[in-house]
Design a protein around this ligand. Structure first.
Ligand code: FES
Length: 584
């Protein structure tokens, strides 16, 4: 906040007649008459738009999304900033993708939000965009759309909710749900305890406050240079949040005049910075899919190898659950993302341009860690390597991922017998059986949880520990699937197996009793079944019936990419220019 006077230093290049909105509002013809008269009809007049950038505030507020409850009023803070800077703010609602409620999974709709964002901006007289989101898929959806549209855009993160509380102990979103649900299944807590936890785990509006997908993606947006420095970890109810929203409103107006578009910010070096920050944050595995998709929208052919390469260079520094001990509120008090990036500044490209018009280096200058236990130094990390490792082998020819810091270390090198489940319902039936033939060394395999098979690649990858093992105190074992897992989840879960089983990937061929070998150090996943036997099983495999015959689901199924490609639609990945709409 204090540095705002140092921003906006780029030379002003655009003139009012260069604005996109000028074609709608600034010319003298019948259509423009219509546009202006309708604005006048709701109380605006020429002073509101003449010579001013029109700022579209894409707001994913919704009554059904508690993570975004405050975005309704934050949009007013953004508008105040836009007006202060001489812009014309217009709020444009977009679908909210409420992680908790949307079924079968918000991932089915990320690309729909990206399309909606892009077309809301393209089809209307908008010169610059403020993107308001935070709940998991909203961040990549908004950013992917804004990248493809290509006008100046700044991201306003919703921010994490306050710490949860139960009898004086901090509770973390998701992570403590999984933990205490397991204890309830094991008979270690009562129904009353469980109800008390339900009342204490979400104490305010805002996103999940562990290092889940929301916190990870908000941090990645900041590391990419798409949000104001320090914004991504401000707790949603903190008064810094509305103030920063107003600053974002002011800043986007200048970005329009400066023509500071995403293409000038999103370079390969910016994505490297974002991936390194992801590793240092101990970020969600979901981020891999989203960052690949965002990069490809920007014309950067990023793949999972880059994640694996950088994961070997960057240790986990943020001591935040599920990989660490604290919560995002603590991370903010410890100095937030600017402090973390300052701690690893030798690893970052500090010259990358950001929405401030300044470099990453200038944005983090002077940032300090105030709680060394929460944001660690490179020589005293939470975990020696980064957040995610990419494994390959005959079971996952196009790769799969694991979050080693969140797994029991004994499973990072392991060989065991598979118990294979055909789908989620099959798995849930078996897992509760008292007579299931299972030991802690078995490997649970879930099929048909991928982009097409889920559908939408749901967060089923943290398979429940079989009931029979819970009573023995078992809390982790290897689980393999072509699905995702929540960023709030933990354990030896191997995810995103590509290609997925639904399209005939090798995961479809696994049978109960097969041996599977994992070696995270060697980045290996191997199904110990002969090539001849696998070929025989493949020949006998039958492609499942399509999940959808019509509607958006059918569009999704026909065009969705695999996890290693970022799960974008094939027709959205191109960077070919889309024409501006004709106004007739
Ligand atoms: Fe919205 Fe977790 S449910 S961020």
């Amino acid at each position: 906040m204090r540095r705002r006077n140092r921003w906006c230093s780029m030379a002003i290049r655009k003139r009012p007649e260069d604005l996109r909105s000028h074609r709608w509002l600034g010319v003298d013809d019948m259509r423009s008459f219509g546009h202006r008269s309708r604005f006048r009809g709701v109380g605006y007049d020429a002073a509101d738009w003449t010579g001013k950038p029109v700022i579209g505030i894409i707001n994913t507020w919704s009554d059904i999304n508690p993570c975004h409850t405050h975005l309704r009023s934050r949009a007013e803070n953004v508008k105040r900033g836009v007006l202060q800077a001489g812009g014309f703010p217009l709020e444009l609602p977009a679908m909210s993708l409420a992680e908790t409620y949307m079924k079968p999974t918000t991932m089915l709709y990320r690309n729909l939000l990206a399309m909606e964002t892009e077309e809301l901006l393209r089809s209307q007289p908008i010169d610059g965009a403020v993107l308001m989101g935070g709940c998991d898929k909203t961040t990549p959806g908004l950013i992917m759309g804004a990248i493809s549209m290509g006008i100046p855009a700044i991201y306003v993160p919703a921010g994490p909710m306050l710490r949860g509380n139960w009898r004086g102990e901090y509770l973390g979103s998701g992570s403590d749900v999984w933990k205490y649900w397991t204890e309830k299944r094991a008979g270690n807590i009562t129904d009353d305890d469980w109800e008390e936890i339900e009342g204490g785990i979400a104490r305010s509006f805002g996103t999940c406050m562990v290092m889940g997908t929301a916190a990870t993606m908000m941090a990645i947006a900041e590391a990419l240079g798409l949000t104001l420095p320090g914004f991504s970890s401000i707790p949603a109810p903190d008064s810094n949040h509305p103030r920063m929203s107003t600053v974002a409103g002011r800043r986007i107006v200048d970005m329009v005049w400066e023509d500071l578009t995403p293409s000038k910010i999103l370079t390969p070096a910016a994505f490297d910075n974002a991936i390194k920050v992801h590793m240092a944050m101990g970020g969600s595995t979901n981020a891999i899919i989203h960052v690949v998709a965002m990069a490809r929208r920007a014309g950067i052919p990023l793949d999972m190898e880059k994640f694996d390469q950088l994961s070997r260079e960057i240790p986990v520094l943020a001591n935040v659950r599920p990989s660490g001990k604290y919560l995002m509120e603590d991370f903010f008090y410890a100095g937030g993302l600017r402090a973390l990036m300052q701690n690893m500044c030798d690893k970052l490209d500090l010259s990358c341009l950001t929405v401030t018009g300044k470099s990453v280096g200038e944005n983090i200058e002077g940032a300090k860690v105030h709680k060394a236990e929460v944001i660690r130094m490179l020589n005293d990390p939470v975990y020696g390597e980064g957040a995610t490792a990419v494994l390959r082998g005959n079971l996952a020819p196009n790769g799969c991922v694991i979050k080693p810091a969140a797994a029991d270390p004994r499973f990072l090198k392991h060989r065991g017998k598979a118990i294979a489940f055909d789908d989620y319902n099959h798995m849930m039936r078996e897992i509760e059986r008292d007579d299931l033939d299972v030991t802690p060394d078995h490997i649970l395999v879930l099929k048909n949880a991928g982009p097409q098979g889920g559908p939408g690649m749901p967060e089923w990858g943290m398979l429940p520990i079989p009931k029979r093992l819970l009573g023995q105190g078992v809390r982790d074992m290897i689980r393999i699937s072509d699905g995702r897992m929540s960023g709030t989840s933990y354990g030896a879960c191997i995810l995103h197996v590509a290609p997925e089983s639904f399209v005939g990937g090798p995961l479809a061929l696994v049978k109960t009793g097969d041996e599977i070998e994992i070696d995270v150090d060697k980045r290996l996943i191997h199904l110990h079944v002969s090539d001849q036997e696998l070929a025989r099983r493949k020949a006998a495999w039958k492609k499942p019936a399509p999940k959808y015959e019509r509607g958006y689901g059918a569009l999704f199924s026909d065009h969705i990419g695999q996890a290693d490609q970022g799960c974008d639609f094939d027709f959205l990945q191109s960077t070919a220019p889309t024409p501006e709409p004709e106004i007739h």
